[in-house]
Design a protein around this ligand. Structure first.
Ligand code: BG6
Ligand code: MG
Length: 217
């Protein structure tokens, strides 16, 4: 019985939330209202389209379809400028240790992300070679908390859903992993991610021994 490990990207492998925030803030300011870091928490794990809908609710702004589409593009152009110079120094602590441990055990690894920018980011930080499957915002029709992204990742790895372990920093992502019948591991605030089967502040708290136990599960 092979196990599969699925990683979310933003907030799990790299801290891109700050760049998403800067890009959304720029758009909000351009439209004449403020967007705070606290409000940015609502955007974690949420698709680009849904983020813009929430942003417009925050600013109490209406948009024509044309404006909506333009702003989606503008936000992403700004985001791409922020991430252009990303490199391996932006990988979150101990992520490479866990990936390397899994690789040495021949455990299949997938990415399960809402982002449509996942591939270029994995390339920039030089981790793409670890991933046997990459499922991102370009491949799914239903956003987290729908389990589609993780079920597709399991399928591409050739592993049963119930044999998969998911690392997630977003509430919607933990819910998606639970809905997929997978083992959910919350990375971040234990109080926020309380629906996770396990919770850790970051990967420095996760020992190789713990991973080995999950593999033997
Ligand atoms: C998620 C992020 O991983 O991807 C969200 O947590 C983001 O904040 C979403 O909105 C979509 O990302 P992108 O790169 O396709 O705009
Ligand atoms: Mg995330």
């Amino acid at each position: 019985m092979t196990k599969g490990f699925i990683f979310d990207l933003d907030g799990v492998i790299v801290d891109t939330a700050k760049y998403h925030y800067l890009a959304w803030k720029k758009l909000a300011n351009q439209l004449g209202f403020e967007f705070t870091k606290e409000q940015n928490e609502l955007f974690k794990g949420v698709s680009r389209k849904r983020c813009l809908e929430i942003l417009l609710e925050i600013g109490n702004r209406e948009a024509t379809q044309e404006e909506f589409d333009t702003w989606m593009v503008e936000k992403n152009v700004d985001y791409l400028a922020y991430i252009e110079n990303m490199d391996a120094s932006e990988i979150l602590p101990d992520v490479p240790r866990i990936l390397q441990f899994l690789k040495e055990k021949n455990i299949p690894i997938a990415l399960g992300s809402a982002s449509k920018n996942a591939r270029p980011i994995l390339e920039k930080v030089n981790l793409i070679h670890y991933f046997g499957a990459i499922v991102d915002g370009n491949n799914v029709t239903k956003a987290k908390p729908d389990p589609e992204v993780f079920l597709l990742a399991a399928k591409q790895l050739g592993v049963n859903a119930e044999d998969c372990v998911v690392f997630e920093d977003a509430v919607a992502g933990v819910e998606a992993a639970n809905a997929a019948n997978m083992i959910s591991i919350g990375i971040g605030d234990k109080n926020v991610l309380s629906e996770g089967q396990f919770n850790f502040t970051d990967f420095t708290e996760i020992s190789n021994n713990f991973i080995q136990k999950l593999i033997e599960g």
